[in-house]
Design a protein around this ligand. Structure first.
Ligand SMILES: *Cc1c(COP(=O)(O)O)cnc(C)c1O
Length: 492
């Protein structure tokens, strides 16, 4: 990365420079007006940069080197499961037979693709302990919404119209309350106890005849296993509600236990997290939803089925379905990658993944717990939450430590989430990292903790090694520059 610290120059355009050449016209030229409706014809030339091919290549190469991904380095972003994406998945997703087909083709002519999706569905049903599965949803949040709409349709079919509330613990991922409200529910918060687990008394207090569902991740968003999960499910079921599993991160339990066996009725998965689909940059993702039998009729349509003659097809004959939630069959190529991953690992392999993910997280927790406050004392699952409150007393915030990690070449952990931990730092190493990587990361974070005591300025003023220092994050989010416009930079 020799020159990756040089400033990028965006205004390189010189009139008349091109990065392409087109072959001579081999058909008679026709006036544009005869080919395109006049409304669509440009009146003015587009203001595009005029650059040479070499300039173009260097510009994008320089940009790509500034990108940080799991292929560049350690990415311990809690709740995001930034594991390595095996390259064999890419090879398989690119196979001609899978890329040169079209979703409008007659199902008879794409039996292989349908079989793959059907097998993926069946494998995911087995992994989650569910009876039916849709592969349509495009991401985790979309899966949550789909699952909740399915629950809503179930209650409506039973004329149970009082069920307007979804119970969500205070540790939940932000998409949970958001999805519940987009699905038309009110959200009710259930408190966590001092051990970071659902407070059963509080749950009994809030669960009643207005409860449509409880949304609960297990292990929860603190990385802790809800040991009373069966009791929790019983409380909700006794009140007439359904139990929803946010399975975005299955990394601690895959092949070990199943939401279906814990008493859950609905689960969504993030194939772009647990099942090695690449993510970041906005997708594409895949958020399949699995349900127990009594909810199956309400899943989106079509479902992929195997017919009596053994062939595969699309079942549209589903009168109680909530309808289609995504065009075609979901994000096909991500589903191919997930299927490739499941087949490569096998059942034993997936079980080992969970054990290694939990081992790696506990190893890091142990190494870091002397220098940072650990709000919860029990063993963690695939991730854990530290508190930077000790460092805060020295004037060093968790944000400062996260920025300091950039100097050492790491993507920082998730910070200030979950909200109930002061100065939270949520670390998820995943199973794909080696002991050497974990040790190097722990050494650097321990060094930062020592710096907070001996030389706080170096942490407070970090990062020192990156091209761009601290961003105005509000401005970056509110006024992003996403496309080239001549002289745009001068207007900013
Ligand atoms: C990532 C995540 C989600 C949301 O998934 P998207 O694909 O980003 O919509 C939901 N819940 C949890 C626990 C997550 O980690």
């Amino acid at each position: 990365m020799a020159n990756s610290n040089q400033p990028l120059i965006f205004e390189q355009s010189k009139t008349g420079r091109t990065a392409y050449s087109l072959s001579a016209l081999d058909v008679p030229a026709q006036p544009t007006e005869t080919l395109i409706a006049s409304d669509y014809i440009r009146r003015k030339k587009p203001e595009l940069p005029e650059v040479s091919e070499l300039q173009l290549v260097r510009h994008y190469m320089a940009l790509s080197r500034r990108n940080f991904g799991v292929d560049n380095g350690f990415y311990p972003l809690g709740s995001c499961t930034m594991k390595y994406n095996p390259k064999v998945n890419e090879v398989l997703a690119r196979l001609d037979g899978l890329t040169h087909i079209h979703p409008y083709q007659d199902p008879q002519s794409v039996q292989g693709a349908l079989e793959l999706l059907y097998r993926l569905q069946t494998n995911l049903e087995e992994i989650t302990g569910m009876d039916a599965m849709t592969l349509q949803p495009a991401a985790g949040a979309h899966g949550e919404w789909t699952g909740l709409m399915t629950i809503r349709a179930f209650h409506e079919a039973n004329h149970d119209s009082k069920r307007t509330k979804v119970i969500i613990p205070d540790t939940a991922h932000g998409t949970n309350p958001a999805s519940a409200s987009v699905a038309g529910f009110e959200t009710v918060t259930v408190k966590s106890n001092a051990n970071g687990l659902v407070d059963l008394d509080d749950l009994r207090r809030v669960a009643d005849e207005t409860t449509a569902a409880l949304m609960l991740t297990n292990p929860n968003t603190l990385g802790l296993f809800e040991t009373h999960i069966q009791e929790i499910a019983e409380i909700i079921h006794a009140a007439g509600g359904k139990v929803y599993y946010d399975g975005a991160n299955m990394n601690a339990i895959m092949g070990v236990t199943r939401p279906g066996d814990m008493g859950y009725d609905v689960v969504h998965l993030n194939l772009h997290k647990t099942f090695t689909g690449p993510h970041g940059g906005g997708g594409p993702g895949s958020g399949p939803v699995g349900v127990k039998k009594e909810l199956a009729a309400f899943l989106p349509k079509p479902l992929i089925i195997q017919k009596e003659d053994g062939s595969y097809g699309l079942d549209y004959n589903r009168p109680q379905s909530i309808g289609r939630v995504k065009s075609y069959y979901g994000n096909f190529a991500i589903n191919v990658r997930a299927y490739a991953y499941i087949r490569t690992m096998g059942g034993k392999g997936l079980n080992q993944v969970s054990k290694d993910a939990v081992l790696n997280a506990n190893y890091l927790l142990k190494r870091l717990s002397g220098a940072f406050d650990t709000p919860f004392k029990q063993l963690c699952k695939h991730e854990f939450v530290l508190s930077g409150s000790r460092q805060k007393a020295l004037g060093v915030r968790t944000l400062d430590m996260a920025k300091r990690l950039l100097d050492f070449g790491y993507y920082p952990p998730t910070i200030y989430f979950p909200l109930l931990v002061d100065e939270a730092m949520m670390i998820e190493p995943t199973e794909t990292e080696s002991k050497e990587t974990l040790d190097a990361f722990a050494d650097h974070l321990l060094e930062i903790a020592r710096e907070a005591e001996s030389n706080p300025e170096i942490v407070q003023e970090a990062p020192h090694q990156t091209v761009i220092k601290r961003l105005d994050e509000t401005r970056a989010a509110r006024h992003p520059i996403l496309r080239y416009r001549k002289n745009d930079r001068e207007q900013q």
